[in-house]
Design a protein around this ligand. Structure first.
Ligand code: SF4
Length: 256
């Protein structure tokens, strides 16, 4: 998932903050990532507390698209309180993607679940330049330990290949960044980059809670999470830059 940069919105399915609109068709996630921040913001780990339908989300976006959430200056991110490509959500996500496409929004979707060719049915008419799939691979070596209930490394690499081969924009999403664990994953990531030319998003910091005003992100005080000034971050970034473009934030992929 991507991190929502602010307090939980009114209904949790849609959250808007500073030009970014986060969409979740469910709140909560059945996967069990050890670093997941959902329980820190009041959503119990491993549980889905609410779910909704694509049509309700579409109606809400439609209502606001001419005022605050204008397509021209809004970046959409699927997921932050859920994985938007899990078995329940992907059907809704696809429907919303097609709707956003008609209105001209730019959107990213990050997932740890497998994306296969059958899943992409119905999306081939999408204006693909407006969408990026972000295949999350923060810990190539420790997926089964760190990210229980998600796709395997093999499945995630296959997702990158399938999306790339079928003309969809795809990037490898490395977030959260844990110095040692991310460094250990580099050989696997580089192997992929040597075969498929896709950008990488290397998240610089990990937001796990928010201040009482609801806008300023606070870096977790857990000793395992890296501060944004880590020297290791820049070392890893420059290694990856030998192979591809590397961005710090997901919406920067549209900058090219
Ligand atoms: S995929 Fe992992 S990090 Fe994302 S919402 Fe689910 S448990 Fe949390």
């Amino acid at each position: 998932m991507e991190e929502c940069s602010g307090m939980i919105g009114e209904n949790n399915f849609l959250f808007y903050n500073r030009g970014r609109l986060f969409i979740n068709s469910r709140v909560g996630c059945l996967a069990g990532c050890s670093y997941c921040y959902l329980d820190k913001i009041g959503i119990p780990k491993g549980k889905v507390t609410k779910q909704t339908y694509a049509d309700d989300i579409i109606r809400a976006i439609e209502k606001n698209s001419k005022t605050i959430w204008r397509p021209r200056n809004t970046f959409v991110s699927f997921g932050c309180y859920s994985d938007p490509w899990d078995d329940y959500s992907k059907h809704h996500t696809k429907k919303i993607m097609m709707f956003l496409d008609r209105l001209g929004y730019k959107a990213t979707l990050s997932t740890k679940q497998p994306v296969n060719l059958v899943d992409l049915n119905g999306l081939h008419s999408l204006k693909k330049k407006n969408f990026y799939f972000l295949i999350s691979i923060p810990f190539a070596k420790e997926i089964s330990k760190m990210e229980k209930g998600t796709g395997s490394l093999h499945e995630r690499i296959n997702s990158v290949k399938v999306l790339h081969q079928n003309g969809f924009n795809v990037a490898i999403y490395i977030k959260p960044f844990f110095e040692k664990k991310t460094a250990k994953s580099l050989p696997e990531i580089i192997n992929v980059l040597q075969c498929i030319h896709v950008p990488v998003i290397l998240g610089r910091s990990f937001v796990s809670s928010f201040d009482e005003k609801g806008s300023k992100a606070i870096i977790s005080n857990s000793h395992t999470l890296v501060e944004s000034e880590s020297k290791e971050y820049f070392k890893i970034k420059s290694i990856l830059e030998e192979y591809t473009k590397v961005y710090e934030n997901s919406f920067q992929v549209f900058g090219d």
